[in-house]
Ligand binder design. Structure first.
Ligand code: ADP
Length: 280
């Protein structure tokens, strides 16, 4: 791992005289090491290339949104990071550790993962779903309850709903519980695969505001998949646009609209604009 280092000032005297003020060396701080790093990481399924070999770094505390047409490799990229699929080329490093079958289970405890449908167990209450991993790790009942109360407040879920089963909650409430589960162990990284995709527009808009506020307050490194450019622009420090398993452009919405890497970027942006016009 790269560390912050101080450069020695060549003009500074090697021996300080008692009367002379100490010479100051100017600290040079390296950019922080990426939390997630793909190095030529790719994935094929037989003849299908889900993701071509890709290099991509994710800086601590930043929100990256992966976007692109259906089948372009967004979910595959996310699953490679989580260690749910193994790369067929290159490697993925999380917290400077290669993600392998052996390392993935321990690394996953430092990740929160939210999927579109929430992925809650229907036979467990919302609270039990959110606290599942903490229970597995041996947290006491009191510690679990305390953390659940804290998280319910953070994601604006009335605490009494924690007693309900997922089937007794609305889609938006279920996604709040899924988010609580992802945040339970206070992970450094949160990965979200179309977390708001199944929600109706009003609930979705509310959750967009709240989610962004939570991520900013907790200073998480966030990677989110969406197919909606407006949503991407709302959340992202950086938008990564994929097409057919390759990154076409990574940048801000301004970069994509004002400095498109190729015609596909413009076509994609314009198609999204007309989608929003149709929807409004
Ligand atoms: P996206 O999330 O952008 O819709 P995916 O990453 O799910 O795209 O899929 C990328 C490509 O890889 C698609 O062509 C998809 O059919 C293929 N793919 C993904 N997962 C599998 C799998 N388990 N088996 C076979 N093909 C897969």
């Amino acid at each position: 791992m790269r560390r912050a280092c101080a450069r020695v000032d060549p003009a500074a005297p090697l021996v300080h005289h008692a009367s002379a003020p100490p010479a100051r060396s100017r600290p040079i701080v390296d950019p922080p090491a990426p939390v997630i790093a793909l190095r030529g990481a790719g994935r094929t399924y037989g003849q299908t290339v889900a993701l071509h070999p890709t290099d991509l770094d994710f800086a601590p505390g930043a929100t990256t949104v992966l976007i692109g047409p259906s089948g372009c490799g967004k979910s595959t990229l996310l699953r490679l990071i989580v260690g749910l699929v193994e790369p067929t080329a290159g490697d993925v490093r999380l917290f400077d550790t290669p993600v392998t079958r052996q390392t993935a289970p321990a690394l996953r405890r430092r990740l929160g993962y939210v999927i579109q449908a929430g992925g809650l167990f229907p036979h467990l209450t919302a609270g039990a779903n959110a606290a599942l991993m903490a229970r597995h790790l041996g947290w006491s009942r009191a510690k679990r309850a305390e953390r659940l109360t804290e998280l319910a407040e953070q994601v604006h879920l009335p605490a009494e709903l924690l007693e309900r089963f997922p089937g007794e909650l609305s889609g938006g409430q279920r996604q709040r519980v899924a988010l609580m589960r992802a945040l339970m162990l206070d992970p450094e990284v949160v990965l979200l695969d179309e977390p708001l995709g199944a929600l109706d527009p009003m609930i979705r808009a509310d959750l967009q505001v709240e989610l962004k506020e939570v991520f900013q307050r907790l200073k998480k490194t966030v990677v989110m998949v969406t197919h909606d450019l407006a949503e991407a622009a709302w959340f992202a420090d950086r938008i990564v646009l994929l097409r057919a398993g390759r990154i076409v452009q990574a940048g801000t919405l301004d970069d994509l609209t004002q400095r498109p890497a190729d015609d596909f970027v413009t076509t994609f942006v314009n198609a999204q604009r007309s989608l929003h016009l149709e929807a409004s």
